[in-house]
Design a protein. Sequence first.
Length: 210
Amino acid sequence: MIASEEFAQLLMIFNGSRVHEQGEREHGPDEAPPGTYFTAVNAALIHEGHKNRVGIYLEEAGPALYLEDAPEQVPALGTDVAGAVHVDHFFLRGQAPDWLGTIAFALCAMVAHRMGYRHISLIAAGGDGYDPRMVGYRFWPKVGFDAPVEQHEIAAWPRVSGCRTVQEIIATDEDWWDQNGSQRWMEFSLSAGSPSWRKLIDYLEDKELI
């Protein structure tokens, strides 16, 4: 069981939102894994023309599972089945309160951790070769998301050529990533003491949010 307030925090649902639940048995067009998704509409906070969509899915030694296919005990998770959260779509209006998205994500991560989930995943959009209006590839690493980088992406750039992950590139040359980074699947590790948590906490402290 989970309290309604925690459920809203887990799914980054704001007060006054209209929410629709839908099960997805196939991967979505943006690589969203099968799971149970909650779509939120909120004209005051969510960008016009957009609906925020966050899902819960299970991983069992490989492919994700549709939540209703899982045992009744879920999300009381065992060692072979791990839960995860996927942020499929998240847009805020320019008039939204400052740091609303950052605080919403931090609360989401805390609830997901307490529930024993493994990670939070998403497509960090934008960057080199992608929609220039999207800045997720720059923002999400700031709050702890990481992803591997392929050597062919950085081979021509000696300063970052030895890096293996987005976070290693940012630690070496953040400006390079801002200018040359690109869209990809990223994950936030919910394990206690993970580099993701350290990055998020440092960011919250730097912005004086904690």
